[in-house]
Design a binder for this molecule. Structure first.
Ligand SMILES: [Zn+2]
Length: 152
């Protein structure tokens, strides 16, 4: 069994952890291609959605409700794009995937942070792959604090 970075990450919690429940940990992604982008990591090592237990699904559902409410009411997002890809694990000869989901809030109107406007230019279309990070460390910290407070 090769070491799993995601297992380590959920154990260590870390600086960018926004919230958690029994089954999942939520981090603000350092890649803010879309403002508020987060990653939800299952606390247990498990490789695909079909192997989730009923309790893990319920915990995921509750988190989705909580996060979507927060993105909409606090950040002004119009909708959220959810994805469960796992592709990068399969670049290795012996894939050992750890289930996680990405969520990208999407914006119809510009998102304003301290007087700077961020525009979701692809709104109503598929999120752009390899879109550049929109914010620096300082803005990342601000977004983190806003979301952390909103999720309390
Ligand atoms: Zn793992």
């Amino acid at each position: 069994m090769n070491t799993c970075n995601f297992c380590i990450k959920t154990t260590e919690k870390g600086k960018w952890m926004l919230t958690e429940n029994k089954s999942w940990t939520v981090y603000l992604s350092d890649e803010q291609d879309y403002i508020g982008r987060c990653i939800l990591i299952l606390k247990r090592h498990c490789g695909c959605l079909s192997e989730l237990t009923d309790n893990e699904w319920m915990d995921l559902k509750n988190l989705i409700v909580k996060l979507e409410q927060c993105f909409k009411s606090i950040l002004g997002a119009e909708l959220c794009n959810w994805s469960c890809l796992l592709n990068s694990f399969y670049k290795k000869p012996l894939p050992n995937p750890h289930l996680h989901l990405h969520v990208r809030p999407r914006y119809k109107k510009p998102f304003n942070l301290n007087g700077v406007e961020y525009i979701d230019e692809e709104f109503a279309h598929h999120y752009k792959l390899k879109k550049r990070n929109q914010v620096g460390e300082e803005e990342l910290e601000k977004i983190f604090n806003i979301l952390k407070k909103g999720l309390e």
